[in-house]
Design a protein. Structure first.
Length: 565
């Protein structure tokens, strides 16, 4: 039996298209050392050498996708163009590589088991005993290859979630081992590890990384490169120590001290010649392709040189977890604000405000010190009344307001309550018994909720919208047809549209059939910027291509800041 499996695994792994290369990124010592950014940065430096690069993430969770996970536990849910609800690292890959990824680029333990079981039920294993090994790693390998093929990538960078030595990701390390064993020249492994400097000891320690390397070796994997994450720069002595005890050359250890901005990382990696090392390891001639990171370097330089600030308040509910404040839950929103501020020559100062605090109306005055207020997407009841108070304050005090998804639905509720006078206006999500459900569940969602089918069933992914002539939305995009990513179950109730419009609210973007309201705004003569989108524009903002709506919001915020002076 064992022999047969080995033969099968080899032949499956053999189908790698000639010249296609794979780099696995694994983690050592602790989680949260920046494996996602390291993966994105590796992709970036190889892209800068003229290769077509794609990136994949393997999450060890049993959840089929990230859509059912709480953002305070898992960070933001990043929605792909095709509607897949994925890990926030996918957002980093798209932003660093300026690319659009598909559901093939994301997998979880749950997703892999689901398809193996489905195939078993369909007799696709032709009567064989289907086993955890090799069939689970083989399924992962098949997906990795398919994703690389679909992206027509020369190089695929694959991030394996978790750290070496834990139970959960062992099957994915096995997938890396199998691929590397079958194609030693086409597969490289990078371990992102952590070197602590205990304050009382005052010395950077390599021992945990040595142990992590042993754990990787026990799984049959020798890292080709170790990225040494640490608070301080790595010195020669520790570099040599790692080389001696981890079976690699000192030049294969990449220093990765904490950086001011994640966008510095590709440049920092190249200081230790990481792309050269990887290309040599993968039998690609580094002399043939010069690195061109100039545009990226200019972008990073620009960030550094900014002096004047623009102050943005993000009012949300997923900020507090125990004694810590988590901004990871809104990472795409935060990055989108940054790109637009950078473009406008300002340093963004982002404050995270907890919505529940504003249930007390006395607190609202604090908002006047900000140049702009943003309410991002969200779910459920907590903090809703606080958010509504914030939106009312922004509208009445002419503070630029940008509402994303829930932030747009709440804009509509606030307008219905305080301008239209429908005092108990609400969303079905919060109070289904309210008399005026100006935000209601979408008809096709009712059945799904009734049957308890919650995973992957929202209105997800990219949809077209048509913009109304002469509106802020149309002027900002500079076109009438746009495509944006969605993630919602509720929508503006068609029964209230006419009344809301009569009261002055403009629905400046709708679905092509005119049925779904995609953008709501107040005309410029009424408010400097009061706009909400049913979609999530943040998912399409890229470092060098900021999103026009975010830029328009930032422009309005800058104007307010200048007026204050
Ligand atoms: N909870 C709202 C809905 O499902 C908004 C979702 C969101 O903000 N992503 O429609």
């Amino acid at each position: 039996m064992k022999k047969k499996n080995t033969t099968k695994s080899k032949s499956a792994a053999k189908k790698i298209k000639e010249n296609r290369k794979f780099i696995f990124v694994i983690g050592g010592v602790i989680s949260g050392v920046g494996k996602g950014v390291a993966t994105s940065s590796i992709g970036k430096i190889l892209q800068a050498r003229g290769f077509s690069v794609t990136a994949l993430k393997i999450d060890p969770y049993v959840n089929v996708d990230a859509g059912t996970m709480n953002p305070t536990e898992h960070g933001e849910v990043f929605v792909l163009q095709d509607g897949d609800e994925t890990d926030q690292d996918m957002g980093n890959y798209e932003r660093f590589l300026d690319t659009t990824l598909t559901r093939l680029n994301y997998m979880t333990t749950g997703r892999i088991y689901q398809s193996v079981i489905e195939r078993e039920r369909n007799l696709e294993y032709k009567g064989k005993c289907v086993q955890v090994v090799p069939h689970i790693p083989l399924e992962a390998i098949a997906r990795i290859k398919k994703a690389a093929e679909k992206a027509r990538a020369d190089i695929a960078v694959i991030e394996v979630g978790g750290t070496v030595g834990e139970y959960e990701n062992i099957l994915f390390l096995e997938a890396a081992r199998m691929m590397k064993a079958a194609h030693p020249d086409d597969v490289a492994v990078v371990m992102v590890s952590y070197l602590p400097t205990p304050p009382k000891v005052g010395e950077m320690k390599t021992k945990p990384t040595q142990h992590a390397t042993r754990q990787a070796q026990a799984a049959g994997i020798q890292p080709d490169v170790i990225i040494a994450r640490s608070e301080f720069p790595l010195d020669k002595k520790r570099r040599e120590k790692l080389a001696t005890f981890c079976n690699i050359g000192p030049h294969q250890v990449i220093a990765a001290p904490d950086a001011d901005s994640i966008y510095d990382i590709p440049i920092n990696f190249e200081k230790d010649k990481l792309s050269d090392i990887l290309l040599l390891r993968l039998r690609l001639n580094p002399k043939k392709r010069k690195s061109n990171l100039e545009v990226w370097k200019k972008f990073v330089h620009r960030i550094r040189s900014l002096k004047k600030q623009v102050r943005i308040a993000v009012v949300g509910k997923y900020f507090n977890t125990g004694d810590f404040v988590l901004s990871d839950s809104y990472i795409s929103v935060i990055e989108a604000i940054k790109y637009s501020a950078y473009e406008m020559g300002k340093k963004p100062v982002i404050s995270w405000l907890s919505a529940v605090d504003f249930e007390n109306k006395d607190k609202l005055r604090e908002l006047s010190k900000y140049d702009g207020i943003l309410v991002p997407g969200g779910f459920g009841e907590r903090g809703i009344e606080g958010k509504l108070n914030v939106i009312e304050y922004a509208r009445e005090h002419h503070i630029p307001y940008f509402g994303l998804c829930y932030g747009m639905q709440l804009l509509v509720i606030e307008y219905a309550r305080n301008v239209l006078g429908l005092k108990d206006a609400n969303t079905d999500e919060v109070n289904p018994r309210a008399k005026h459900l100006v935000i209601d569940v979408m008809p096709d969602q009712k059945q799904k909720i009734k049957e308890g089918h919650f995973g992957g069933t929202m209105r997800l992914g990219s949809y077209k919208a048509i913009l109304k002539k002469g509106t802020i939305a149309e002027g900002t995009y500079g076109k009438r047809k746009v495509e944006e990513r969605h993630r919602h179950r509720y929508e503006v109730n068609p029964e209230y549209i006419e009344r809301l419009e009569k009261a002055g609210l403009v629905f400046s973007g709708t679905s092509p059939d005119g049925k779904l309201m995609e953008i709501a705004e107040l005309p410029r003569d009424k408010h400097p910027f009061f706009l909400g989108t049913q979609f999530h524009p943040e998912f399409q903002a890229r470092p060098l291509k900021p999103h026009p709506l975010f830029t328009e919001f930032i422009k309005a915020a800058i104007k307010r800041e200048q007026k204050k002076k």
